[in-house]
Design a protein. Sequence first.
Length: 319
Amino acid sequence: MAIGIFSKLNIARQCREDFNVSVWRCPTFLFLLMGVVVVVAILVSYYIANNYSSDPLVSSLLAMATAAVTFTVGHIMVQSFTTVVEANKLKSRFLNIISHELLTPMTAVRWAINTLENNPEIDAAGKENRAADMLKIIKENNDKLVSIVKDILDVSRIENGKIAIQPATFDLLSGVQKIIIQKTSELEQKQNSIELKSDDNLPLVNADPERIKTAIGNLMDNAIKYSKPNSKIIISLKRAGDHVIFEIQDFGVGIPKKEHKNIFSKFFRADNVIFYQTRGLGVGLFLAKFIIEASGGKISFESQEGSGSKFRFSLPVTK
């Protein structure tokens, strides 16, 4: 029992484990601090007014000072509570998104397995063809699950400062061409096409090749998902001083202006994409921004609702 009481009195531990914030942003600590500050301010004001001054003006100034200190600490407390509430909302949103994202491929895998198990009457050739189709479905959805888990792990590593960036010299154009080939199936499903433009003799860049491919893949996935059917996606590569500029433009749903400020936030999805029933964790742009900036580049965008979006980033040229 005594251990439990001492555990509750350990405010630093509560802040770290219950709220996952520093002591100076922890509501429990700030509430205690506010009480101490108010009591001390009142006692000091009373002592000064009682022993050193009988002037009402001095007493009034001391009262105002006490009120100002109380207001300041109270304001900090409100901000801390807001931070905790926002963190809880973010956690709820994450759980909602991840449950749907995991459920879809898992359901597809279960359906494929049930189909294989419940069709003993198919002849040998037919069963072999059906098995190949079902195994393809299982593989594709397993890849989706692996991708979801990798994205979640990367977000966690970024927040904990443990993600590794391994710069190397590589050909950005070649990497983009390979990713376009990988996206052929998604493009065909929406009957979209990609037009690739590039400067001649584009220099090599210095960045983490695998991470940059992830960032480009995320940008390309968004362009495909939010494009209108039978539309074109334009990708361009050009040199600008000691950087190579990558741009990708779609002519899809666009992003409402009021939501531009949140575009690189974790688990963010614009309100207007719900109409198009697109899926996603909402971490692709968050990861892309971190990867680009950690590689010495910058990322920006332009978007207009109903007209589409253009994202661009820069990477340093190999010297």
